[in-house]
Design a protein around this ligand. Structure first.
Ligand SMILES: NC(=O)c1ccc[n+]([C@@H]2O[C@H](COP(=O)([O-])OP(=O)(O)OC[C@H]3O[C@@H](n4cnc5c(N)ncnc54)[C@H](OP(=O)(O)O)[C@@H]3O)[C@@H](O)[C@H]2O)c1
Length: 335
């Protein structure tokens, strides 16, 4: 083990696309655990759209990363040394950490990863840490899907969206996904069993939704906000539900984002629009992990990891989320 650490620190708030000067990758002294802490080495770093939110000082659900602070991230690593009675060298841990090769941890933010249920560490971390529970609670708790209903999901070929559509199918719904390329749309229909997919970059989204959802939309699982939300609002059925999961279309916005034109549909169709953050469901994670693990083991859901290499590539890799260059759950293999 080296005596130097490598840490990404936030240096500036981003304006628009995350520039190369927003974070610096620094060599620092190795941290030393105090009583109640453990030192772990990062194995996998999850790259998430919310990383861009945490870098900014927009209104958000937890404090933004402070200037000069190590960049916050969802991490998975292996304990190297421990001064916590419940953790020992070799334990695999995951949770909220930082973009640092070595870092200190303790519960409640970091806990042992598991049970893996036969899955590889990267798959278990990728599916169970954030993505799966987000899809599961957003669709099942907020969306309340019933057999025969139509579920539309945006960023459908991404990490959360691809799971949402597959759970919708397991619940007997019609699943329609929006994605940004022909290859992604083909994957949704041919490999994941979606009933229809719409390339929002090349098609007239409103007309395509009319064709793909002949009985209207009962649940729109919103990962993107913006124009796609507006188009879906217009075609929502009476008592429809809109779980608001993410707004990736506006995270890089430099101008004020206009509100949805079709906002009146919330009143006219008595819609339920509800935001959620997966952390709200922390005490129910075992329920989601149990269900997802079972579906995965039975081959009823498929999960795609987009694994990239090297902590030094964190920023360039993160940018892929906002251009749609990722193919599934975006992650860095660090060690
Ligand atoms: N509420 C929560 O607790 C929670 C937890 C996790 C994630 N989220 C949210 O869920 C959403 C999906 O996250 P994820 O981790 O699963 O990422 P992801 O879907 O794997 O990757 C993001 C995808 O968004 C699409 N996208 C990017 N810019 C877009 C735009 N302007 N319009 C439409 N689509 C766009 C891209 O796919 P295309 O090629 O299709 O454009 C890209 O691949 C994000 O909004 C994220 O913030 C929320």
């Amino acid at each position: 083990m080296t005596d130097m650490n490598r840490v990404w620190r936030l240096r500036k708030r981003p304006v628009g696309v995350i520039g190369d000067d927003i974070l610096s990758f620094d060599k620092e002294a190795m941290p030393v655990p105090a009583d109640g802490q453990f030192l772990f080495r990062l194995n996998y770093l999850s790259l998430d759209p919310t990383n861009r939110v945490w870098m900014s000082d927009m209104d958000q659900y937890m404090p933004p990363v402070a200037i000069g602070e190590a960049m916050r991230g969802v991490v998975c690593g292996t304990v190297v040394s421990s001064k916590h009675p419940d953790f020992a060298a070799g334990d695999v841990v995951s949770g909220l950490g930082s973009w640092s090769e070595y870092q200190l941890g303790s519960p409640p933010f970091l806990n042992k990863l598991g049970p893996l249920g036969g899955a590889a560490v990267a798959d278990a971390f990728g599916l169970f840490a954030v993505v799966g529970p987000t899809a599961y609670f957003g669709l099942i708790d907020l969306g309340q899907p019933k057999a025969g209903e139509t579920v539309v999901v945006s960023a459908a070929a991404g990490a959360v969206g691809s799971i949402v559509g597959q759970i919708a199918k397991l619940k007997g719904c019609r699943a329609v996904g929006l994605a940004g390329s022909a290859e992604k749309c083909a994957w949704l229909v041919n490999d994941l069993g979606f009933d229809a997919a719409i390339n929002y970059k090349t098609e007239d989204v409103s007309a395509a939704l009319k064709r793909a959802c002949p009985k209207g939309i009962d649940i729109y699982f919103d990962n993107v906000g913006g124009d796609i939300l507006d188009a879906c609002l217009k075609q929502m059925n009476y008592k429809g539900r809109i779980p608001t999961c993410g707004l990736i279309s506006q995270y890089n916005a430099t101008d004020e984002v206009p509100g949805p034109k079709n906002y009146p549909m919330i009143l006219m169709q008595r819609l339920k629009v509800e935001g959620f953050i997966v952390l709200d469901y922390a005490n129910r994670y075992p329920e989601a992990v149990g269900a997802l693990g079972e579906w995965l083991a039975k081959g009823q859901i498929k999960f795609r990891l987009d694994m990239q290499e090297g902590l030094e590539n964190a920023v360039t890799t993160l940018r892929k989320l906002y251009t749609g260059e990722n193919q599934g759950k975006l992650m860095l293999h660090v060690s």
